[in-house]
Every structure is written in C-alpha cells, then in structure tokens.
Design a protein around this ligand. Structure first.
Ligand code: HEC
Length: 132
C-alpha cells in the first residue's frame, strides 16, 4: 500500500512539474551535455551565465564592471583572453582559485558552476572565445 502511494505521489508531482513550467531551470542547464570540442557560445555557454551570473552582471547591476549578458561583454579583455583559458580572470573566479573573488559569490543564492560547465567555458575560451 505504501509503495502504491509513493508511486502516485511521484507520478503526480512529475506531471505537475513538467506541465506548468516550460522555462529553463538551473537543473536543466546543469544536466546538459557540453561537447569536448567545438563548444558554442550561444548553445553551450550563454545560458550558464544567464542563470548563474547575470542577476549581478548585466540585469540590474554591473558588479565589478562586468556584463555577462552578451558575447561582447563576456570577451571583455579584462576578464577573458581568447585562446588562453588559464590566464583568463573569469576562469579564476569560477574555478574558485585563492586570491580571486569566487563567482558566483558563496553568500549568494546562485549555485557554482559544475565541473562540466567549468571545463566547457575553458574549452570555449581555448578555442578562441568565438561568437559562435
Ligand atoms: C550575487 C552577485 C553576483 C553573482 C551571481 C556573480 N557575481 Fe561576479 N561579481 C560580483 C561582484 C560584487 C564583483 C566585484 C567583486 C570584487 O571585485 O571583489 C564581481 C566580479 C566579477 C568578476 C571580476 C573579477 C575581478 O577580478 O575583478 C568576474 C570575472 C565575475 N564577477 C564573473 C562572474 C561569473 C562568471 C558569474 C557566474 C558564474 C558571476 N560573476 C556571478 C557579484 C556577482
């Protein structure tokens, strides 16, 4: 009996969850695959920033003078050096390297990037940080 009840709860919550809301959630983007090469800014990267960064960097504020709502804002030479992920300050912030501000900030409600997302951002920068 208990099992049946669990099942009903599970199915109905799945229906409610998928039925009401078709906006893309952080979870959708966190679960998304990112290719090992030919990473696309529009397909693979920009939505990560949209969900985890732009509340402070573009929509409503420009913390640190950083605008992550557009490609041009992301490739600001102060934060991204095309072809050089390891020397790009943006990478230092998402990798949480010591001595650099951690992004998203720990005391904010935004989740850190997954290791897959960090790798994706680095590959995209190493491949030239193209507007692709
Ligand atoms: C809750 C607000 C908030 C969120 C969310 C946030 N940032 Fe920031 N960001 C800040 C603030 C505040 C600063 C300026 C902090 C400083 O210079 O110490 C900053 C500065 C930066 C800088 C400049 C760092 C430097 O060395 O000057 C980069 C790059 C950056 N953020 C990237 C990101 C990325 C990428 C994300 C999403 C993964 C993100 N931020 C999410 C608030 C935020």
């Amino acid at each position: 009996m208990k099992k049946v009840l669990y099942f009903i709860v599970l199915v109905s919550s799945a229906i409610i969850y998928s039925g009401c809301d078709d906006t893309i959630t952080v979870q959708d983007v966190d679960n998304r695959e990112i290719p090992d090469s030919n990473v696309s800014f529009s397909k693979d990267i920009s939505q990560i920033f949209e969900l985890k960064c732009v509340s402070c960097h573009g929509n409503g504020g420009l913390d640190g003078g950083v605008d992550l709502t557009t490609w041009a804002g992301v490739v600001d030479p102060r934060i991204v050096i095309p072809g050089e992920a390891d020397t790009s300050p943006l990478v230092w912030t998402i990798e949480q390297r010591s001595g650099f501000p951690i992004m998203p900030p720990r005391d904010s409600p935004f989740l850190p990037l997954t290791s897959k997302q960090i790798q994706g951002v680095k590959t995209w920068i190493d491949e030239g940080a193209k507007n692709n």
